[in-house]
Structure formats: C-alpha cells, structure tokens
Ligand binder design. Structure first.
Ligand SMILES: NC(=O)c1ccc[n+]([C@@H]2O[C@H](COP(=O)([O-])OP(=O)(O)OC[C@H]3O[C@@H](n4cnc5c(N)ncnc54)[C@H](OP(=O)(O)O)[C@@H]3O)[C@@H](O)[C@H]2O)c1
Length: 359
C-alpha cells in the first residue's frame, strides 16, 4: 500500500510517499514517517484524512491503534493523509512534575529565608503557628501531587506540547509566590485558633478525599493507561462527575479559611473557575461517549457548576433514574423516575418538585 503524506497546503512531507504492507497500522505509518523525516517522532504527528477545499467539516483524525485499511474507503492500494507538526512534546509526567515543583520550592523560601528584607522589612519576623502549619500543609499538598503524578495517575495522552510547560509553570509558580508572600508576611495577622482548626481540618479531610478520588480514577484504566474513558463510580463520584476537582476546590477553601489572605482567595476563585470549566467539558465528553448514560450524572457541587446547574435546573441526582449501565459498547437503558413511579429522593433540589428532572 502506498501512503502519500502531504501538508495542509498539499506539499509532500515524505518524498515519493511511504510504502507499507496491507496490514499496517497508523502507528506503523507514523514510525515510517519518523524514520524518513528524522525530526517528526510519532507524538509530534497529527494525521488526518483530506477534506474537500472549502468544506466546513472537521477532518477525521487517524487513530494510531487502527489499521490503515480502515481509512482507505475501498481503495486499499492508495491513501493520502494530511500531516500536521504538533511541535516539540513532553510527557504529562514531566509537565506535572515541573509545574508542581515550583510551588513546592518557592513557598518555603518565603517562610525560611529573610526575603522580606529585600522588600524593606528590616526587623525580626515573628512566625505565627498558623504560618508554620500553612507551610507544612502547602508542601504536603504539592508533594502529594508529585507522588500522584508518578505513582497514581494513569494518563491516556502520551504527551503535551512543550509550550504548556511554560504556561502552566507560569500559573503555578506565580500563584505560589503570590500566596507565600502574603501568608508569610511580617505584618500578617493570624485568624482565631478555632478558625484555623476548622480550615485545616476541612482541608486535610478534602486532601485525603482527593487522593481517594485519584485512586478511583486510576482504577478505571489498566496499568499501561489503556481502557479509555469510563464513567467514574463510587464515593463522591456517585453524586458529582469530577469529584477530584470538587475535593480540590474545597481543600483550597479549607486552606483559605485557615490563612485568610486575599491572594489565597484569588487563587481559589481562579482555580475553581478553571476546574469547573474542565469539569463541564469532561462531563460533556462522557455524555457524548456514553450516549445517554451521563444524562443522569450532571450534578457537580463545584462552586460554579453548582451555580450553573442551579440556574439552569439541570441538576438531577443519579438515583432518580433506573439505570442499567454496562460497558461503552454495551447496552444501556434509562428510565425516568416518574415513569417508574419512584418518589423523589430526600435531597432533591426544590425545582425537581416544580419542574421535574431535566437535561
Ligand atoms: N489547583 C488547581 O488549579 C488545579 C487545577 C487542575 C488540577 N488540579 C489537581 O490536579 C489533579 C489532576 O488534574 P487533572 O486535570 O489531570 O485531572 P483529571 O483530568 O481528572 O485526571 C486525573 C487522571 O485520571 C484520568 N481520568 C480522568 N477522568 C477519567 C475517566 N473518566 N476515565 C478514565 N480515566 C480518567 C486522567 O486521564 P487523562 O490522561 O486521560 O486525562 C488522569 O490520568 C486534579 O484532580 C486536582 O486535584 C488542581
């Protein structure tokens, strides 16, 4: 089989095309392109089927696990694919490691070193217990994230663009320094003992819950990251789609109750907005993948999602539906509770009684 590899402007990427056996997969083609071009390793390549000029359709992206024949459309001797260079890539582990390492190192610098002298504070700095606990809490959080990156998460995408390392590091490192500066400041005023205990107590419970959520997520895949996307189940995933983000948001809320700085709350709002947005996107992806299965799991108690679902009245508890969910390829039936005659469960939002379940 001959495969012509062209750019979007129809320029030949591999002179004379690539000759492969009829049983070759897309991964074989990517490897062959790498050998011929040297520069473009498989993770840098995005291969699509050509589309008609002027067409507004999205091009079909070739899946590396599939056979090339699946894309030939009857003409098994000749295939043309459009090549796009995704730029230099890094593994997700490397990306996460660097973005978390910054806050893990930067925060203690503000606690241990006399950095405030450079900002004009010359006197002795009295350290309050809450500042010490906050430093341990912060370091534990980022250390946990690094450990989870290497030993818990089972990533599906092999790589991320190198540019994301700089973007994400800028976000985490800057916020780390911003919060550390204010929490460790010589003029910092601590909150009451009770407030500190409530804040750190809530935060620690949420960090443990967050860790458990990550274990549940990693159990959805094989050790090599195979298995695609599944509907997470168990623990808080029975009521929210992205329980890991929910617990993450609430653990930052706990930290902020205990430390109470504007910088910390700014970070909380930004992080909550980002994660709520991702949670909605992940929710939509699961709904699409599992057709109507996810119809029933839209209640996210992430701050913004809660507001979103409250406003639109789409929060529907899973238990209100009689469901039979098997695998992605398997069968699924969903019967609304009214049809089954079951009463609304005790935690129903008020609009359930007024409007009934919606999607
Ligand atoms: N403070 C902040 O600003 C902030 C922002 C983001 C994240 N975080 C924290 O960092 C953690 C990790 O972030 P993340 O965005 O990478 O979380 P994530 O996308 O939810 O994923 C965590 C891991 O679980 C996998 N996964 C997620 N949903 C899955 C599903 N339905 N089926 C199978 N596997 C699934 C992911 O695989 P894929 O490789 O396929 O995605 C990834 O390996 C978060 O849980 C949160 O605690 C904090």
């Amino acid at each position: 089989m001959k495969v012509n590899v062209v750019s979007r402007g129809s320029k030949e990427i591999v002179k004379g095309g690539v000759h492969l056996s009829d049983s070759a997969t897309v991964a074989d083609l990517q490897e062959a392109i790498h050998q011929r071009t040297k520069k473009f390793y498989p993770e840098r390549q995005r291969l699509t089927l050509p589309i008609q000029p002027g067409s507004k359709e999205r091009p079909v992206v070739l899946s590396s696990r599939k056979s090339l024949k699946d894309y030939c459309g009857g003409n098994s001797d000749n295939l043309t694919v459009v090549f796009k260079d995704l730029g230099p890539q890094v593994s997700y582990r490397i990306l996460f490691f660097w973005e978390y390492l910054g806050p893990l190192i930067i925060y203690p610098l503000f606690y241990y070193l006399p950095v405030y002298q450079f900002f004009g504070y010359k006197g002795e700095r009295a350290i309050h217990p809450v500042q010490t606990y906050a430093m341990y809490y912060w370091c534990f959080h980022y250390f946990k994230r690094i450990m989870e990156t290497f030993f818990v998460h089972r990533f599906s995408h092999a790589t991320s663009p190198l540019s994301n390392v700089f973007r994400n590091c800028a976000y985490y490192w800057t916020f780390g320094a911003f919060i550390a500066y204010y929490v460790n400041h010589p003029l910092y005023t601590p909150v009451s003992d009770l407030q500190m205990k409530i804040g750190f107590g809530l935060g620690i419970i949420c960090q443990i819950a967050n860790f458990y959520c990550h274990i549940l997520l990693s159990n959805l895949r094989g050790p090599d990251g195979s298995g695609g996307y599944q509907i997470p189940r168990g623990f808080l995933f029975n009521i929210v789609t992205c329980a890991n983000y929910t617990t993450e948001i609430y653990q930052w809320l706990g930290f902020n109750i205990a430390t109470q700085t504007v910088a910390g709350y700014v970070f909380l709002v930004v992080a909550a907005l980002i994660m709520s947005n991702w949670a909605l996107a992940k929710h939509r992806r699961l709904r699409k993948l599992f057709v109507c299965k996810m119809f029933i799991r839209i209640w996210m108690i992430d701050l913004c999602d809660f507001a979103y679902s409250s406003l639109t009245g789409i929060a529907i508890r899973r238990k209100r539906w009689k469901t039979e969910v098997s695998t992605q390829m398997g069968t699924f039936t969903s019967v609304p509770v009214e049809a089954s005659g079951e009463p609304a469960p005790p935690f129903s939002p008020i609009w359930y009684y007024v409007l009934g379940p919606r999607a």
